[in-house]
Design a protein around this ligand. Structure first.
Ligand code: PLP
Length: 714
C-alpha cells in the first residue's frame, strides 16, 4: 500500500523527477528532497540545505523550499558545484529513495491486514515544522508526530486537515505586557505543498453545500516520508469573499466559522480522498472536530449500498477510531440545533433523518431537546474504538462520558487509552543522537519501542553525557540571547528550569510566582545559580490566560529576577525544540487531572533533561520515584485554590531539597554523579515507552487492525 500511496503522489503531483531512467541533476534531487518533509527528522539533510546558504537558512525559518526559492533555480547548480556538494546531495537523495521503497517495514511484518487501504487520519491541526504554522499546541504536534511515525513504521496513512492561509498567530506584547496577535500570510510558494491533479489533468477541487451556496475548496498535498497529508483550502476564486476567508485562521472566528470549518474538514476531507481515488480502511478522528466525516461516510453508504441509515451508521462506526484529548470543557465544540439545521440540513435530509434524530447523535441524552450537538458525543456515537491519551485520562474520559451509556458502570464505559508519545528523531538533538548511535547501535531507531534497546545508556560515560548536555544548555542560552537581542541574559552554567506551553489557565503557568520572596531566595544564591526560561501563547480569546502572561512578563522586569527569569516570545516548534533540548529541568504544573497527557516532557527525556511535574497525564504513569521529580502526591483537593497552594509548596520544596542539592553535588570538575544517574534512569525507563512509534504501533494493535478488518473495498 505504501507503494500505492507513493505512486498516487507521483502521479497526481505530476512529478517530473520521478522517472528514474533519466539522469537527475543535483537541482532535481534537491527539489525532491525539499518536497518531502522527511528532511524534518534527518538533521544531516537540513545541514546540507543550510550549507547551501547559511545566511538564508535562519531567515527562511529553516525551510528548504524557501531556501531553494531564495537561491533561485539558475544559481542552484552552480552553488552545489562551488561547494562540492554533488556527492552529499546524491547520498541523501539515495537515502530518501531507499527509505521510500524499503520492504519489510514494521507494518509489513506486523500488520499485513492494513496493507490494502490506508488509514485516513483527520485532525484540525498538524504541527510538522515551524515553517508550516498549522498548529496551536500539543494536539497538532501530536498529529504531526503520528504521521512521521506512521511513515517510519510503514503504515499506509493519509492525514487530512485544513490549510490556514494565515496560520496561527505570531505573538507580540504591548507596552502593558498584554499579548497581541498578528496574523501574517503564509507564502505558499515557499512551502513543501503542491496541488494534486485528478484524472482530467486539472487540480483536484472539492465542494459541498454551505449557506445556500456551494463551498469550493482546493486540495494541497504534502509528502511526509511515506505518508501523505491533504490540506483543504477555501481561498479559491470560485468562492464568494466570505467563504474564501473560511480557512484563513486556525481557531479564529465565531461558531458559524467553526461549524463550517469542521464541515469542510470532515465532509470535504472524505470527498477529497474520494476525488483522489483513496478509499480508506479506517477513519481516525484525532479529536472531535472532524466528526462530521462519520455522517458523510454514512451518507455514501446509503447512496452507494442502499443501506438504511441505522445500518450505514453502524458499519461506518465499525471502521472509525476516535481519540479524545481533553477534559477541559472549552475543548469540546457544541452547536445549537438551529445552527446545525441551518448549516447541515442538506446533509440531514440526504441521510433521511429528522432534525431531532440528527441532534440526538450529538447529545448525551438524545431526548433532551435543550441539549446542543457536541462534536465529542457525535464522535463517540460514530465510532467503535475510542480512547483517551494516557491511563489516567482514560479514567477521566470514562467518568466524563459515562452518561452516554446510561446504566453502565464507569469501568464498563467503552473508552480505553493509548498514551501519547513523541517522534523521537524530530525532537532529539544531533549530539544526543550520536551518543545513542554509539551506545545503542545505529539501528536503535527501529528498536526504540523495546525497553532493552535503551539499557546500555546506564553504562554510558558520565562525563560524555554531561558534557553533551552542557553544550545543549549553552545552545539554549545562546538561542534565548539571540532572540531577545540581549547578550547579558542568563548564565550558561546555571541550573536551567524550563516551562513552555500554551497559557491555558489549568496549566497554571504562574504557579512558580506564588511566593516571590521564596523564589528570589532560590534564584539569589550566587553559589548555586538557578534560572528559568518561559515561553507560551494564550488563546486569542482567553483573557485569563493573557493575564497570566502579563503577570509573568512583569516579573521578568523585576530587578530581583532580571536576566534570570526570561520569557521567549512566540512559542512554536522551533522554540520548543531549543528548550526541550537545552533545559536541565522541565516544569509541568497542570491542575490534575486536566492535562490529558502532555508531551513536551517526553521530548525533554530524550535529550537528557529531567521532569519536575505534577502527577498528571503521562507523568502519573511514567514517574517511578527516581527518574525525575514529582510535584504533590497525586491527591486532589476539590478547592483549586487549596490545590494551588499545596502544589506551589511542593514545587518550591522539590527545587530546594531535591533538585538543587543533586545538581550542585560536584567534586571538583567532575559531573554531578547523582544527577547524571537520574538522567540515565530517565532515558532508560521512559524513552522506550513515550515515543510515537510505540504509540502508532498501539493504535495498529488496539484499534486499526480491528477497524480496518471491516474494509469492503480497496
Ligand atoms: C510538544 C509541544 C506542545 C505540547 O506540549 P504539552 O506538554 O502538551 O503542553 C505544544 N506546543 C509545541 C510547540 C510543542 O512542541
Amino acid at each position: 500500500m505504501n507503494r500505492k500511496l507513493l505512486d498516487l503522489a507521483s502521479r497526481t503531483l505530476g512529478d517530473t523527477f520521478a522517472h528514474e531512467s533519466a539522469p537527475l541533476s543535483a537541482e532535481d534531487k534537491l527539489r525532491e528532497l525539499a518536497f518531502n518533509l522527511w528532511w524534518n527528522w534527518h538533521p544531516q539533510v537540513l545541514e546540507l540545505f543550510r550549507q547551501l546558504d547559511p545566511a538564508g537558512w535562519s531567515e527562511t525559518n529553516h525551510n528548504p523550499i524557501a531556501l531553494l526559492k531564495r537561491i533561485g533555480p539558475g544559481a542552484l547548480g552552480a552553488r552545489v558545484a562551488e561547494l562540492s556538494l554533488e556527492n552529499t546531495v546524491s547520498f541523501h537523495y539515495r537515502r530518501l529513495q531507499e527509505y521510500l521503497r524499503a520492504e519489510g517495514s514494521w507494518c509489513a511484518v506486523n500488520a499485513r491486514g492494513l496493507q490494502a487501504a490506508p488509514i485516513a487520519y483527520f485532525s484540525a491541526e498538524f504541527g510538522l515544522h515551524e515553517s508550516l504554522p498549522l498548529y496551536s499546541g500539543g494536539l497538532g504536534v501530536l498529529a504531526g508526530d503520528h504521521l512521521k511515525s506512521a511513515s517510519d513504521l510503514g503504515l499506509p496513512l493519509v492525514g487530512i486537515g485544513l490549510f490556514y492561509a494565515s496560520g496561527y498567530f505570531r505573538q507580540h506584547f504591548d507596552a502593558a505586557g498584554w499579548q497581541t496577535e498578528e496574523y501574517g500570510h503564509i507564502d505558499l510558494g515557499a512551502l513543501p505543498l503542491r496541488r494534486p491533479v485528478g484524472a482530467d489533468g486539472e487540480p483536484v477541487m472539492i465542494e459541498l453545500p454551505c449557506n445556500g451556496e456551494t463551498l469550493h475548496a482546493a486540495v494541497w498535498m504534502a509528502r511526509v516520508g511515506r505518508t501523505l497529508l491533504l490540506l483543504l483550502d477555501s481561498d479559491v476564486e470560485a468562492n464568494p469573499p466570505y467563504l474564501r476567508e473560511l480557512t484563513a485562521r486556525l481557531y479564529g472566528g465565531d461558531e458559524v466559522t467553526r461549524i463550517r470549518q469542521e464541515a469542510l474538514l470532515g465532509i470535504g476531507g472524505l470527498r477529497a480522498l474520494r476525488e483522489l481515488g483513496i478509499r480508506p480502511a479506517v477513519l481516525h478522528l484525532n479529536e472531535g472536530h472532524s466528526a462530521f466525516v462519520v455522517l458523510e461516510r454514512t451518507r455514501e453508504r446509503i447512496e452507494e449500498e442502499g443501506m438504511s441509515f441505522d445500518d450505514a451508521l453502524r458499519e461506518t462506526a465499525l471502521q472509525t477510531v476516535f481519540t479524545t484529548h481533553t477534559p477541559v470543557e472549552a475543548g469540546h465544540d457544541r452547536f445549537a440545533a438551529e445552527l446545525v439545521e441551518r448549516e447541515l440540513g442538506w446533509l440531514r435530509a440526504a441521510l433521511g433523518i429528522d432534525p431531532e434524530r440528527m441532534m440526538g447523535l450529538g447529545r448525551v441524552d438524545p431526548a433532551d431537546r435543550g441539549e446542543p450537538l457536541c462534536m465529542t458525543v457525535l464522535a463517540i456515537r460514530g465510532s467503535r474504538r475510542r480512547n483517551g491519551v494516557s491511563s489516567l485520562h482514560g479514567h477521566v474520559a470514562r467518568r466524563m462520558w459515562q452518561r452516554v451509556w446510561p446504566g453502565r458502570d464507569e469501568e464498563e464505559v467503552p473508552i480505553g487509552h493509548i498514551t501519547n508519545g513523541v517522534h523521537v528523531r524530530s525532537w532529539l538533538a544531533l549530539s544526543m543522537n550520536r551518543i545513542f548511535d554509539r551506545y545503542l547501535g545505529n539501528d536503535w531507531p527501529a528498536r526504540q519501542s523495546d525497553c532493552a534497546t535503551w539499557a546500555p545508556i546506564a553504562g554510558a560515560d558520565d562525563a560524555e553525557l554531561w558534557e553533551t548536555h552542557e553544550v545543549l544548555r549553552r545552545y539554549l542560552v545562546e538561542f534565548v540571547r539571540r532572540r531577545a537581542g540581549r547578550p547579558q541574559l542568563l548564565d550558561e552554567h546555571a541550573l536551567t528550569l524550563g516551562f513552555a506551553r500554551r497559557f491555558a489557565t489549568y496549566k497554571r503557568g504562574t504557579i512558580l510566582l506564588t511566593d516571590l520572596d521564596r523564589l528570589a531566595q532560590i534564584l539569589g544564591d550566587p553559589a548555586r545559580p538557578v534560572q528559568i526560561v518561559f515561553a507560551g501563547k494564550a488563546h486569542p480569546r482567553d483573557d485569563a490566560g493573557k493575564k497570566l502572561l502579563q503577570q509573568l512578563l512583569a516579573i521578568t522586569r523585576d530587578p530581583r529576577f532580571e536576566g534570570k527569569i526570561v520569557f521567549v516570545e512566540d512559542y512554536d516548534i522551533n522554540v520548543a525544540r531549543h528548550m526541550v533540548q537545552g533545559v536541565d529541568v522541565w516544569i509541568n504544573t497542570p491542575l490534575r487531572p486536566m492535562e490529558a497527557c502532555g508531551t513536551s516532557g517526553q521530548k525533554v527525556v530524550l535529550n537528557g533533561g529531567l521532569n519536575l511535574s505534577v502527577l498528571d497525564g503521562w507523568w502519573a504513569e511514567g514517574f517511578d520515584g527516581k527518574n525525575g521529580f514529582a510535584i504533590g502526591d497525586g491527591r486532589v483537593h476539590t478547592d483549586p485554590a487549596v490545590q494551588w497552594a499545596r502544589d506551589a509548596e511542593s514545587l518550591y520544596g522539590q527545587i530546594e531539597e531535591q533538585v538543587l542539592p543533586l545538581f550542585y553535588d560536584r567534586e571538583g570538575t567532575a559531573p554531578p554523579r547523582g544527577w547524571v544517574e537520574r538522567m540515565k534512569r530517565s532515558i532508560t525507563t521512559l524513552a522506550w515507552r513515550y515515543n510515537a512509534d510505540r504509540m502508532v504501533a498501539d493504535y495498529v494493535r488496539h484499534a486499526y487492525l480491528a477497524a480496518g478488518g471491516r474494509l469492503t473495498s480497496a
